[in-house]
Design a protein around this ligand. Structure first.
Ligand SMILES: C[S@@+](CC[C@H](N)C(=O)[O-])C[C@H]1O[C@@H](n2cnc3c(N)ncnc32)[C@H](O)[C@@H]1O
Length: 247
């Protein structure tokens, strides 16, 4: 990745990702003994929820960010052998020891340009019949933020890949998934305080655009984007997908 996450700040925020993670986890309908891959685990909030839901199972937590994985290890020091943490890029074949029963991925895929490669790699490590539950920014996600950012940058931002349900369904089927269900869910996040919106934009949304700026320029850049928003909200549109790897 061209930039790194501020994992400590990320973990200090109240994130809608927690609800998104709970919804995605519920779609897997786990029985407690499975091995589940958390693809793009970040600081491990969903990894922790998975470990709680899998008293007889195991979790493989995969992410490309060293800072996020350090924070995950600090969050889960006592997970023992039920947790394996792997630094890996989801665009490359995954170094996973043996097939997994299910894959969970929350708020990750819109950061990745080539979804087909990711779906192919996830299918390769899922056992036949294994389940997949995805959620990420879908078509129309943060359109007002994109517009404000384009005004500040003077060109369209290139950080994200907000796929449509039809594209996602086709790609999942091409990767060998069946029983594919994909839908968009508008899910606006509201911020009572300007400082909360600023911290959120800086840490969660605009990181890819801040890396090349000096520390003093970052605050001004975030303020410029926030000032151009029509309201103190992030206009999220989430894409939720469930599927099963063909037998
Ligand atoms: C917004 S965070 C979400 C983290 C976590 N799933 C959550 O909901 O809190 C996005 C995560 O995707 C990871 N990520 C982005 N591109 C990736 C890639 N190509 N391979 C692996 N992880 C990636 C980032 O490092 C980051 O931890």
């Amino acid at each position: 990745m061209a930039w790194e996450w501020d994992a400590v700040s990320y973990d200090s925020l109240v994130l809608p990702h927690e609800l998104w993670g709970r919804r995605a986890l519920a779609r897997l309908a786990l029985d407690g003994g499975e091995t589940v891959l958390d693809a793009g685990c970040g600081t491990g909030r969903d990894t922790a929820a998975l470990l709680a839901a899998l008293p007889r199972g195991r979790v493989l937590a995969v992410d490309a960010s060293a800072t996020m994985l350090d924070q995950l290890r600090a969050r889960l020091p006592d997970a023992g052998e039920r947790l394996t943490v792997l630094a890996a890029d989801l665009r490359e074949p995954l170094p996973v020891p043996g097939p997994v029963d299910a894959v969970l991925s929350v708020a990750v895929l819109h950061w990745i340009d080539d979804h087909q490669r990711v779906f192919d790699n996830l299918a390769a490590v899922l056992r036949p019949g294994g389940r997949l539950s995805l959620e990420f920014g879908g078509h129309g996600n943060i359109a007002a933020v994109e517009k404000a950012l384009a005004d500040v940058l003077g060109e369209p931002p290139r950080a994200w890949n907000f796929a449509t349900p039809a594209e996602t369904g086709r790609r999942l089927e091409a990767a060998g998934f069946v029983d594919v269900e994909v839908a968009l869910r508008p899910d606006t996040a509201r911020f009572a305080e300007p400082s909360a919106l600023h911290s959120y934009l800086e840490t969660v949304v605009l990181g890819a655009h801040l890396g090349r700026l000096g520390a003093d320029e970052r605050a001004a850049f975030v303020d410029e984007v926030a000032r151009r928003l029509p309201a103190p909200v992030i206009d999220y549109v989430r894409l939720e997908a469930g599927a099963r790897r063909a037998d």
